[in-house]
Design a protein around this ligand. Structure first.
Ligand SMILES: Nc1nc2c(c(=O)[nH]1)N[C@H]1C(S)=C(S)[C@@H](COP(=O)(O)OP(=O)(O)OC[C@H]3O[C@@H](n4cnc5c(=O)[nH]c(N)nc54)[C@H](O)[C@@H]3O)O[C@H]1N2
Ligand SMILES: Nc1nc2c(c(=O)[nH]1)N[C@H]1C(S)=C(S)[C@@H](COP(=O)(O)OP(=O)(O)OC[C@H]3O[C@@H](n4cnc5c(=O)[nH]c(N)nc54)[C@H](O)[C@@H]3O)O[C@H]1N2
Ligand code: SF4
Ligand SMILES: [Mo]
Length: 870
């Protein structure tokens, strides 16, 4: 019998502990680790279904040079040689690494060391630039070091939780459950988000502010606190440096009425927020991408830190600003210094730090200044000044702003290396060399979550094919570039120990010259067995409890920030485009796209639009619409919803050229970034939208994958049990699609009058594929045909698209764990008089496992309740 392995979830920065029990060569059962402090046994829908994503489908299993398999020796030699030659010819600034918060700390450490200490450039940036850079810069400005001031325990002690620009219910579901538990005990929840998300739905107060007006809101609150006597003058005098004229600047235009006008929220709601804030000293303000991903991101972060410092709500239980991180190891990346703007171990590029790190590494070529930040890095790539780039564990062709230009830049770059676990991504299409990395479940190392808790990711599956850990790949290249002893690690634990030693090296702690709070004392001495057995631990304890900050004078800083003028809508670009995440998908879907269960929550990329805008522009719900910005355009399916503000659009970031013909959010944002942090403003892009008519609609279902992306207006893929399903629409003749179908016995029904064509391909008596196309739009639901893919003998009614007899349409899936559809839930609520989420759980199972759908169930209950009350 297999024993369980304790590891950490592959997805978000909540950092939930997992017990993985192998059940076969490539399968495992997944459960929450009851002993992990981040989740105490719970998992959300994504974590729960990790077991569905550990097969070998789509994996890169051998090194590839171009389209040919290569030995590791050949591939590594080639990478080392091309980097060495490029550096010799054009200098260290002509090469770059673009890495990721999905690397483990050990991987990250060696990549950073190689670039900044040995190649001699700081051109290593990470996708955390797109994610956390504004929080890092804001922390540095306010506290003197990138310190997350809170822990999850603070949520348990808070009386008011303010979520700013964070769809926590979808993106950090287990933290959200903790917040809900605290609210059940009486804490208040305020959500500040232009969209009425499921997170906002359950809040005591939702402020649907005009996008990009967070500074005005927070400054308004600060000014109001001053009037209301909520400022902690004693704390300020003892622990905080206040710039000259700070209060005058906060006061400018910050009266309640002006702020309500700028933020476009009802003054009474604003007042209620201010009063809630005043009444609850134990406030946690948690923020993520609605704050960070802005051209004013750093100012927005500091508008929040200002509030907490000025009211003394920091360093006390239940009171802190809390930057919640996105990726599983976004924090570990910050700790090793993986951003181009930091050096290593929370040190920046001062001469003392450069000398110190150089001494520690015995480095021959220390970088002497910050490197190129992601947006600049890809711009320089496009200009031909970066001549070799190595991309690890990220998909910039999808996730960078202005991704169309990023693709062109990658295509033109003389030497592109991609380390990934997946063979074909939108980025690796441009790679000269592809290196197969071990994936979650196969790799071994550490990650740090949002609240500074370090946990082990442990292997519970053997590495498939020739895949190798990222740290191994990097050190092999470093050795081949000539730095054998500096990269002579045998195992991840060797790197961990060195990372811990650097964290305490010449580090007298906060307040001492060169001192920093980030330190991992005691861990450098851990032997291999201790590393393997390492229990989760949080570094930094409860920061700032003593009122001392890691600045030269030990004081925190208030930072003067002012709201940028809100631009009037532009003639050609009257709308603002917001981008973000779905509950059950992760980024470019290389993992979640494999799970039929996770696919069901949102099967297609939708553009959400307010009903007034839709009516004015002739856009209909479930019709197609093209979103256009100065950068590019992409087609989405329209979702007309009152949860959007009028004038705003929202699209998800998850679809790629491998999963859709449209739905490409990355093509749309501008390559503009916050001037302090370099983080792109993904949440606000001037845009317009227009309806798209199609001559026909259709779908395909098949065992396995389509050979190529259908060449039509709209095609989106979803994983289904035993295969894939495609939603299709187009102009012209749909007949071309038939060539995509597999070979086999073909049956078909054509109704020329109605323009409908139904084809099924049978193989060995089983359904292999079906293609249904209709000009009049009438198509049967595809669920039954999908189910036929799993049947040993195909039903005789294939071309009817349904079983003989009664049909049950479950509607879109709400609960991914128990596969319960919207229509099933609505009829159970009505028929069985279900009154609360728990009753739905008892009746249908929905919501009783991971809990990710509980906010959606609550919303359904509320809407049903209002229907019955009416
Ligand atoms: N399901 C799922 N979970 C994830 C991920 C995933 O891909 N899928 N990714 C992980 C990663 S890497 C990250 S970074 C996190 C991100 O987690 P979140 O930050 O919660 O997610 P987003 O959907 O990007 O954006 C959050 C919200 O910001 C709002 N917003 C937009 N503009 C503004 C504004 O001007 N002001 C304010 N106050 N709000 C605004 C958006 O409407 C959106 O609802 O999620 C992590 N968790
Ligand atoms: N428009 C818009 N764009 C955004 C955002 C937004 O809100 N709006 N959000 C931004 C944010 S916050 C983020 S974090 C980024 C995320 O964007 P990306 O980092 O580009 O997204 P992923 O799909 O997670 O890419 C991870 C890649 O690493 C591979 N991989 C997984 N595990 C490993 C491993 O162990 N080793 C190696 N070598 N490879 C591995 C996966 O197969 C995948 O190809 O997107 C950013 N882009
Ligand atoms: S909240 Fe969900 S996705 Fe995030 S770490 Fe926990 S189980 Fe994984
Ligand atoms: Mo992120």
């Amino acid at each position: 019998m297999s024993t369980s392995v304790r590891t950490t979830c592959a997805y978000c920065g909540v950092g939930c502990g997992i017990l993985a029990t192998p059940t076969g060569a490539r399968s495992a059962s997944i459960a929450g680790d009851p002993d992990h402090p981040a989740n105490r046994g719970k998992l959300c829908s994504k974590g729960t279904h990790l077991g569905e994503t550990i097969g070998l489908e789509g994996r890169l299993l051998t090194p590839m040079i171009g389209q040919r398999r290569a030995s590791w020796d050949k591939a590594l030699d080639l990478v080392a040689r091309r980097f060495r030659d490029t550096i010799a010819q054009h200098g260290p600034g002509s090469v770059a690494f673009y890495v990721s918060g999905q690397l483990l700390t050990e991987d990250y450490y060696v990549a950073n060391k190689l670039m900044k200490g040995f190649i001699g450039s700081a051109n290593i940036d990470t996708n955390s630039r797109l994610c956390m850079a504004s929080a890092v810069a804001g922390h540095n400005r306010a506290f003197g070091e990138d310190i997350v001031a809170a822990s999850y325990d603070d949520l348990d002690a808070a009386d008011l939780i303010v979520l700013v620009g964070s769809n926590t219910a979808w993106c950090h579901p287990i933290v959200y459950q903790r917040i809900r538990a605290r609210c059940a005990a009486g804490a208040k929840l305020v959500v500040i988000d232009p969209r009425r998300t499921e997170t906002a739905d359950e809040a005591d107060l939702h402020l649907a502010i005009r996008p990009g007006t967070d500074v005005a809101l927070m400054n308004g609150l600060l000014a109001w606190c001053r009037e209301a006597g909520v400022i902690d003058d004693v704390y300020l005098a003892a622990h905080v440096a206040t710039p000259e004229n700070f209060w005058d600047r906060v006061g400018e235009g910050s009266d309640l009425w002006s702020v309500a006008r700028i933020c476009d929220v009802p003054p009474q709601d604003l007042r209620r927020f201010f009063e809630l804030f005043a009444a609850h000293p134990r406030t946690v303000t948690m923020f993520s991408q609605g704050v960070n991903q802005s051209l004013s991101g750093t100012d927005q972060v500091n508008a929040i830190t200002n509030l907490h410092l000025a009211t003394g709500r920091i360093g006390k239980p239940g009171a802190a600003p809390f930057s919640i991180t996105g990726q599983p190891n976004a924090m570990g990346g910050r700790e090793v210094g993986g951003l181009a703007s930091s050096l290593a171990a929370h040190m920046d590029f001062t001469p003392d730090n450069i000398a110190r790190v150089g001494r520690f590494w015995a480095a021959p070529n220390m970088a002497t200044k910050a490197g190129l930040k992601a947006v600049d890095l890809f711009r320089e790539l496009g200009h031909g000044r970066i001549k070799a780039i190595w991309v690890m564990a990220t998909n910039p062709a999808v996730s960078m702003p202005d991704a169309g230009r990023v693709r062109e830049a990658l295509a033109a770059c003389p030497f592109v290396v991609v380390s990934d676990v997946i063979a074909e991504t939108d980025t690796s299409l441009h790679a000269h060399v592809r290196l197969p990395a071990t994936a979650w479940g196969e790799k071994d190392g550490t990650v740090t979550n949002s609240d500074r808790t370090v946990s082990r990711q442990r292997a519970f599956l053997p590495p498939p094919g020739e895949a190798q850990p990222d740290w191994w790949i990097v050190t092999q290249v470093a050795r081949r570039m000539g730095w054998k002893t500096a990269f002579a690690y045998d195992r991840a634990a060797d790197i961990w120990r060195e990372h811990c030693r650097l964290s305490t090296y010449e580090n007298g702690g906060a307040g001492s010259p060169g001192g920093r709070l980030f330190a991992l004392p005691g861990h450098a001495a851990a032997g291999n067995a201790a590393y393997d057995a390492m229990a989760p631990f949080r570094w930094g304890g409860a920061p700032f409890a003593d009122g001392r900050f890691p600045t030269a004078d030990g004081r925190a800083r208030l930072v003067s920030v002012a709201q940028k003028p809100v631009a009037a809508p532009l003639a050609n670009w009257p709308m603002t485009l917001n981008t973000g995440r779905y509950r059950d998908h992760w980024h470019s879907m290389t993992r979640t796209g494999l799970s039929p269960k996770l696919a069901r929550h949102r099967e297609e990329p939708l553009v959400e639009i307010h009903p007034d805008d839709a009516a004015r522009l002739g856009i209909v719900d479930r019709g197609l619409a093209r979103v256009i910005t100065p950068q590019g355009d992409s087609v989405f399916r329209a979702s007309v919803v009152a949860t959007q503000r009028a004038g705003d659009l929202f699209v998800p970031i998850h679809w790629t050229d491998h999963t859709a013909r449209g739905g490409r959010a990355g093509l749309l944002p501008r390559p503009l970034a916050d001037s302090v942090s370099g983080q792109p403003g993904f949440k606000l892009t001037p845009a317009r939208i227009e309806p798209v008519a199609s001559a026909w609609r259709g779908f395909a279902v098949m065992r396995g994958e389509l050979a190529t992306m259908p060449d039509c207006l709209w095609a989106t893929r979803v994983a289904v049990p035993c295969g894939t399903a495609w939603d299709l629409a187009g102009d012209g003749d749909p007949a071309g699609l038939e060539t995509l179908l597999p070979k086999g016995q073909r049956i078909e029904a054509i109704d020329a009058a109605r323009g409908s064509r139904r084809i099924a391909i049978l193989s060995g008596g089983r359904l292999a594929a079906a293609l249904f196309v209709a000009r009049d739009g009438a198509l049967p639901p595809r669920d039954w045909l999908v189910a036929q893919l799993s049947e040993a003998v195909a039903a005789p009614t294939l071309l009817a698209g349904r079983a003989p007899g009664v049909q049950v349409d479950r509607g879109p899936i709400v609960c991914a764990c128990f596969d319960v559809g919207l229509k099933t839930i609505l009829s159970a609520i009505a028929d069985q008089h279900l009154a609360d989420v728990a009753a739905i759980g008892t009746a249908l199972g929905a919501g009783s496992n991971c809990g990710s759908c509980r906010p959606a169930l609550a919303k359904l209950l509320a809407s049903e309740g209002s229907i019955h009350a009416a």
